[in-house]
Design a protein around this ligand. Structure first.
Ligand code: TYM
Length: 333
């Protein structure tokens, strides 16, 4: 039986953090043996915020290195740069004809960007979900490992796939769906309790895979807490639940249960819990950071990985574009 096709991408807009790791990369690593995986650096997507050209290469190379340091095996998956696959912008153009201004304007991530960068509301921002759909549909993928923040974009990818099928052919594109091993979507909040961990915002309350041991300790010790619960079995505020989630993801089950029981019994000491979490986090991040730093020293090796990744990703991209052109009547010769 042929393996199911998986696609996912990460924008090259900064340093990768725990949200990227637990929301996405951890799933990539678990999927790489049983699936036909295409993972890429979404460098075109990063252009919506007009990055300095001299930073772009380093950002792309770092994403590659951090993915590999997190356990991605380029023998098993195709790891490539979005801009190395010319069929992606071609499919993006085709899908743009099926995407409507009204629906794109309603996307919450677009509305957020309009609020954050009112001076730069470019068409690339508006059509961001169309390019993302092209990334996925170019391989006719069915499974897309992403964090909760991308769910709406996936819904749009399904809409565009269905719209194309309805217009040109009943089943050219399969429906892509969010995939994750745990039923619950992981959403890692910022340590100050204000929004999610992010590559470019809340930098002092976000733990990056490149953070040094002491930086990690300092950030965790400053994480927002409160007076603690006053009644047994109280519900946790979301910023406390986030610390428990991080403890669950990095500490042993015994340690996690010990603090959870202390919370339930109203005798939790957040200072102790944070010290514990800081040490578990340091032990978790250190090997990834060190391996990624090592890999980034060898730019030729990263270039080779990207080149081979693109070679693996082109054949299915070409096949999709040829099929789409034919269905649309763009076959004159
Ligand atoms: P990006 O670069 O913002 O994030 C990469 C992945 O990390 C997940 N993520 C999080 N998960 C949990 N908690 C968080 N705080 C957190 N922050 C980020 C994201 O959900 C994502 O899975 N639009 C995408 C990139 C993209 C893409 C695609 C993804 C472009 N084309 C095609 C899948 C398929 C993005 O901006 O991810």
């Amino acid at each position: 039986m042929s393996k199911e096709i998986v696609v996912s991408g990460i924008r090259s807009t900064g340093y990768l953090h725990l949200g990227n790791y637990f929301g996405a990369i951890q799933n990539y690593v678990k999927m790489q043996n049983e699936h036909n995986c295409y993972f890429f650096v979404a460098d075109y997507h990063s252009l919506t915020t007009h990055p300095d050209p001299k930073d772009l290469k380093q950002n792309v190379f770092r994403v590659v290195a951090e993915n590999i340091a997190s356990g991605l095996d380029t023998e098993k998956v195709a790891l490539y740069a979005q801009s190395d696959i010319p069929e992606i912008p071609e499919l993006y153009l085709m899908l743009n004809m099926l995407a409507y201004k009204g629906e794109l304007e309603k996307v919450p991530t677009f509305k957020d960007k309009v609020r954050l960068q009112p001076e730069n509301v470019n068409a690339g921002l508006l059509t961001y979900p169309v390019l993302m759909s092209a990334d996925i549909l170019i391989h006719r993928a069915t499974k897309v490992p992403v964090g909760k923040d991308q769910e709406q974009h996936l819904e749009m990818a399904r809409n565009f796939a269905n719209r194309f099928n309805k217009r040109y052919n009943d089943e050219f594109f399969p429906e892509p769906h969010v995939f994750r091993f745990n039923k619950e979507a992981v959403r890692i909040m910022s340590l100050d309790g204000d929004g999610k961990m992010s590559k470019s915002e809340n930098v002092n309350a976000t733990i990056y895979l490149s953070d040094g041991d002491d930086v990690i300790r300092k950030k965790i010790m400053k994480a927002k807490t409160d007076q603690g619960p006053h009644e047994p079995n109280s519900e946790m505020p979301d910023f406390i639940a986030n610390l428990f989630l991080l403890l669950k993801l990095t500490a042993t089950e015994d340690i996690y249960n010990q603090y959870l029981n202390a919370y339930k019994d109203c005798n939790i000491r957040y200072g102790d819990m944070k010290k514990q979490l800081a040490e578990d986090m340091v032990a978790f991040v250190r090997p990834i950071r060190e391996k990624a730093a090592e890999l980034q020293k060898d730019e030729d090796a990263i270039r080779k990985i990207l080149k081979e990744g693109a070679e693996k990703a082109r054949p299915s991209s070409i096949a999709t574009i040829e099929g789409a052109r034919k269905l649309m009547g763009i076959n004159y010769y």
